[in-house]
Design a protein. Structure first.
Length: 223
């Protein structure tokens, strides 16, 4: 989202992982959204990004013990009753899989495109293949695939493919989808997320930030 913003776009993030919202922690937001009319919510702006998450409304240790219809209702509230202000992109963070969240966005909310992110091992790619087939069946464009935790660079400057190599790219080729890039494991990325200071915000020139920028530019070109 921050990389997209750096291309001159106005960007929002919707944390649609109702059971495991991480946006409050990753963006260092510790406040509740305001409501000017008692019906709609005003997104919270942080680092120039408009943000919304169920995590803003509940304590971080409160479990969301909700059945599917309640999840669907929450998602529709966040898309229909949040006063997003003049955005070019809303980046939606969905949970893994092909459940209620994905179906709600695909069938009831207009989605311009999906980015599928996966680690490269075969077990993870099983879900990726199901996801591709689901979005294709529902006529939702897939903008591309990202290989996450692709490799680890050791102290000896060698790449170690901890989760296997090339799996995401092979799947993208098999299903004729665009391959957007590889994001390696890096302690700076982990630490910045835990600290609530996104790496791209903290250091736009970091080698991982530059990868995010390349991916963002490819996504923007899709529109």
């Amino acid at each position: 989202a921050l990389a997209l913003k750096s291309t001159g776009s106005k960007v929002g993030i919707l944390d649609a992982d109702i059971y495991g919202p991480s946006l409050p922690k990753m963006m260092s937001i510790n406040e509740k959204p305001k409501s000017e009319d008692g019906k709609s919510l005003v997104p919270i702006e942080q680092y120039g990004i408009q943000c919304m998450s169920i995590g803003f409304l509940v304590d971080e240790e409160t479990p969301m013990i909700w059945r599917g219809p309640m999840v669907t209702s929450a998602i529709k509230t966040f898309t229909e009753k949040v006063l997003w202000n003049n955005l070019d992109f809303i980046v939606v963070d969905m949970p893994p899989g092909t459940g209620d969240t994905q179906l709600t966005f695909a069938q009831q909310i207009k989605v311009d495109g999906v980015i599928i992110i996966s680690t490269p091992q075969e077990i993870a790619l099983l879900d990726v293949k199901r996801g591709i087939k689901m979005f294709d069946k529902l006529n939702v464009p897939i903008l591309g695939l990202v290989d996450n935790m692709s490799f680890f660079v050791g102290d000896d400057n060698k790449n170690y493919n901890i989760f296997g190599e090339g799996g995401v790219k092979k799947v993208s080729e098999k299903f004729n989808k665009k391959f957007l890039g590889k994001i390696p494991l890096h302690i700076d990325l982990r630490k910045s997320a835990d600290d609530g200071q996104p790496l791209f915000q903290l250091n736009p020139q970091h080698k991982i930030s530059k990868i995010f920028k390349e991916i963002a530019e490819k996504i923007k070109q899709s529109f």
